[in-house]
Design a protein around this ligand. Structure first.
Ligand code: UN1
Length: 499
């Protein structure tokens, strides 16, 4: 299967419109479902980053002068090619990331949606015209490209997140240097081929494969990369922000969540169970938006537990390419070790383990990394399992007495990405959407499922105030420029020559 889908034994960097073979160190890309080697990926040097930035700088000058509607034509073509190749891309995505094929198709669709949405921006990129305070003077604000921008993307949504960042950057007239995660380089390889075929001028996008410590670090330190857009771990994000702060470099961060579903006493419990199962165990919990806490009203706690256990039993776990599986593998050994560590922490802290809590090593799953969907109950908000991001199929129930306490518990974490409430009470719905301190709020749905034309990101430790996707992503990749045209033929002094 792996060979049929993946035709290249070793990936090359894509720099200046050329596939440049890397002569140095490589690492293996493994299928998380069975441990088989799919291909190899370069661990490029800092020098490779310098080459990519140089070529991007040259390409960007011309790209910035190409009218935005023409830039957008390339994105329409990118969208068309992605659409044509949707099934192949989805299978490759499952192969390298492990997520089940239905979810892979959803992720590729997210990228397609982003292509057409951002292509539409080629005919908008709206600024504002506004009256000037003096006669015979015209005032407007326009979006200007920033230059060469760096994007660093994670393995859990290797194509969708790349499109959230690269498409707005490109339509706005920037050139891009992109470091994809080494676990999932195939989506980057496929997307670069698509850009090439769609006619994106050489050098406007450049892919440099490699580690965060070398390639990522070189990007963050490069004077000519004026933006870093990063999705990944909290520690890395904070280091990037600190370094970019010193350089006055714009930085956009998305660094995870500790997302909760609140289940009130008047909730439709069947619906709540479905929402929890999907958002906690889909993608094996490896989403920034995954539900990892359930804040439940004490009156419905027992019923909810029982129903969750029934539905968890039904989850079929295995290779994501098998359509019958609902939960795929964990990305790699490090991911697995982290999850196991948190199971021990949860037990020590005194949470009650109701289901799962162990690695699945049953025959038939090969050398993949599988973890049983896990439910803790009687957790308290101060426990580490209720505070720290686990990034696995582990959810902790926290009982509360009332709505106010539910909101307090939801907000009592350092993260602020996504939250959800199940209730039939319209007053609580509106109070909740006002008071939940997260960048994304769902009512009567789980914590996942963001759509690309809305801003994606979060409050507090999740980020630094910027957003991916949506029209808001353009703010990351453009400078606002205020333009005044005085056609009075004389010197008119603002704030002074005003009658
Ligand atoms: C992520 O978890 O990193 O809302 C991205 C969602 C998806 C994107 C998730 N549309 O769950």
């Amino acid at each position: 299967m792996a060979e049929a889908l993946m035709d290249v034994k070793k990936l090359s960097n894509y720099i200046g419109g050329k596939w440049v073979e890397y002569q140095g160190e490589v690492t293996q890309v493994k299928n998380p479902a069975n441990g088989e080697v799919i291909t190899e990926v370069p661990l490029s040097s800092a020098e490779t980053v310098n080459e990519a930035v140089e070529t991007a700088k040259r390409a960007q000058k011309e790209w910035a002068l190409t009218p935005a509607p023409q830039r957008a034509e390339v994105l329409y073509e990118v969208g068309n090619l992605m659409k044509e190749r949707k099934e192949r891309l989805s299978q490759l995505l499952t192969l390298e990331n492990g997520k089940v094929i239905e979810e892979a198709r959803g992720e590729v669709q997210e990228g397609i949606d982003m292509a057409f949405y951002m292509a539409g921006e080629g005919r908008r990129l709206f600024g504002q015209t506004t009256p000037a305070e003096l006669n015979n003077k015209f005032a407007m604000s326009v979006r200007a490209p920033i230059g060469v921008v760096g994007i660093i993307t994670p393995w859990n949504f290797p194509i969708a997140i790349a499109t959230w960042k690269s498409f707005p950057a490109i339509v706005a007239g920037n050139a891009v240097v992109w470091k994809p995660a080494t676990e999932t380089p195939i989506m980057a390889y496929e997307l670069a081929k698509i850009f090439e075929e769609a006619g994106l001028p050489k050098g406007v996008i450049n892919v440099v494969f490699g580690s965060g410590s070398t390639v990522g670090d070189a990007m963050v330190h490069h004077d000519d990369l004026r933006v870093i857009s990063f999705t990944g771990s909290n520690d890395t994000g904070r280091n990037i922000a600190a370094e970019c702060g010193r350089q006055l470099k714009k930085v956009s961060l998305e660094m995870g969540g500790k997302n909760a579903v609140i289940v009130m006493d008047d909730a439709d419990l069947d619906l709540a169970v479905e929402g929890i199962i999907w958002s906690a165990f889909g993608t094996s919990g490896q989403r920034c938006t995954a539900c990892s806490r359930v804040i439940v009203h004490e009156d419905v706690k027992e019923t909810l537990e029982e129903r969750l256990l029934v539905e968890m039993e039904k989850l079929t776990i295995g290779d994501g390419l098998d359509e019958s599986n609902k939960v795929g593998p964990i990305i790699n050994e490090a991911g697995m070790e982290k999850i196991k560590k948190y199971i021990e922490i949860g037990k020590e802290e005194g949470a009650k383990l109701l289901a799962g809590g162990k690695e699945l090593t049953d025959a038939g799953l090969g050398n993949g990394y599988y973890f049983a969907p896990t439910l803790f109950t009687d957790a308290t908000s101060d426990m580490r399992i209720a505070q720290e991001e686990i990034f696995g199929p582990v959810v902790s129930l926290i009982p509360v007495e009332n709505f106010e306490e539910a909101i307090e518990v939801n907000n009592g974490v350092t993260y602020g990405l996504s939250s959800s409430i199940f209730t039939r009470d319209v007053q609580r719905v509106f109070q909740a959407q006002r008071d939940l301190d997260t960048g994304i709020v769902y009512v009567n749905a789980g914590t996942t499922g963001a759509e690309i034309h809305l801003p994606f990101g979060g409050t507090k430790g999740t980020g630094n105030g910027h957003r991916d996707s949506g029209v808001q992503a353009l703010d990351v990749f453009t400078e606002w420029k205020a333009v005044y045209v005085d056609y009075s033929g004389k010197l008119q002094r603002a704030q002074i020559d005003v009658e």
